[in-house]
Design a protein around this ligand. Structure first.
Ligand code: UT7
Length: 325
């Protein structure tokens, strides 16, 4: 089995910024409530003509440049998204066309906020076995397209963006361990009820605002803290390490209070945690992807460092990944 690592990184954030003060004018909320309950100050939103693949292509192009590869070098493109351009074809195929990556095999993964980690694990299998060499893995979301801008309990939370990595064989370091899990008994905690085969779009589903995110935030919060902590512990142990060996912890950015509760349970100091929730909010699969890219570009990750990615989301699904840089 080949050792697999991250050899390039990229990201794209749409230009438009929506602040908490802007939201105060849209729904019955306050900057104070959003900041103290979530840690979010602002988020990015796409312009009218931007879809998930547009963000993904920009992030992907940056990751290719960072890896010193050409689009023709790509064997595999996986896009993790719950906000695809269309139900089909896959967003990954739009990305392939946009990048001119003619040789690549392309497909999407639907694993909500853990999608980026799920996609890394899938790509890793192909590379480790020698089936493919260079894989582009992208977390890309336009959550603003499924956000109910009249629902204060959810609309303050989400944002749009894309993060990308190139995975390939490496001679040292790389992915030390991964761990994935799912619990389909709690699908009701976070979902978009209509628009699929269960409830196809109709006048009624639109009238009842069923094409938007519905979330039982409070219940999800408790499960998130427990699960993400447990998942981190398992991935760290699988890598033969202790929590104190982690140099940088990059968690899914859903709520600052979830992250701080986990950090406490894992005994990780704040200096070892990467946070960008304040600037971007929750971008589902794009959150960990963008956070990893920014952490590396800001010099928070040095050669030899141990990085822990950890995410949790709708499904329920969860995943963690320990990487030696
Ligand atoms: O990414 C996938 C995983 N996602 C998560 O894990 C999200 C987990 N959940 C959360 O992050 C939190 O539950 C939320 C941020 C969504 C909500 O925070 P909370 O502390 O759990 O608030 P709550 O839902 O219990 O609501 C508390 C109060 C309620 O008022 P009453 O009933 O106490 O009078 C809400 O109506 O806050 C009210 N509220 C708001 N007030 C001002 C809810 N949203 C808002 C708002 N502005 N935007």
């Amino acid at each position: 089995m080949k050792r697999v690592g991250i050899v390039g990184l990229g990201k794209y954030l749409p230009k438009r910024i929506l602040t908490n003060l802007d939201l105060e004018k849209m729904v019955d909320t306050t900057d104070e409530w959003i900041t103290t309950r979530t840690g979010i100050k602002e988020r990015r939103l796409v312009s009218k003509d931007e879809a998930a693949s547009d963000l993904a292509i920009k992030a992907g192009r940056q990751a290719l440049m960072d890896a010193g590869l050409k689009s023709d070098d790509l064997d595999l493109i996986i896009v993790a998204t719950v906000t695809p351009d269309m139900q089909f074809p896959s967003t990954a195929c739009f990305v392939q066309s946009g990048l001119g990556a003619h040789r690549a095999v392309c497909f999407d993964i639907s694993a909500a906020c853990a999608g980026f980690i799920y996609a890394i694990v899938v790509a890793q299998q192909f590379i480790a076995r020698g089936t493919y060499k260079n894989a582009l893995v992208i977390g890309a979301e336009v959550l603003s397209s499924i956000t109910d801008w009249q629902d204060r309990s959810t609309c303050v939370l989400f944002g749009d963006g894309a993060g990308a990595v190139i995975l390939g064989p490496v001679s040292s370091g790389g992915i030390l361990s991964t761990y994935l899990g799912s619990d389909g008994t709690k699908t009701d905690l976070l979902l978009v009820p209509a628009g699929g085969s269960r409830k196809p779009a109709s006048y009624q589903t639109i009238k009842e605002r069923m094409h938007y995110i519905k979330m039982q935030g409070n219940e999800l919060f408790k499960v998130a803290v427990l699960t993400m902590t447990e998942v981190a512990k398992i991935a760290i142990e699988k890598a033969g390490l202790k929590p104190s060996d982690i140099d940088l912890f990059i968690p899914h950015q859903a709520n600052i209070r979830i992250i701080m509760a986990m950090a406490k349970k894992l005994n990780l100091p704040i200096q070892k945690i990467y946070l960008n929730i304040e600037r971007y909010g929750n971008m589902s699969s794009a959150s960990t992807a963008i956070a990893l890219c920014e952490a590396v570009k800001e010099g928070r990750v040095r050669k030899g460092d141990i990085v822990l990615l950890d995410a949790f989301g709708a499904g329920l699904v969860w995943g963690a990944c320990v990487i030696k840089w």
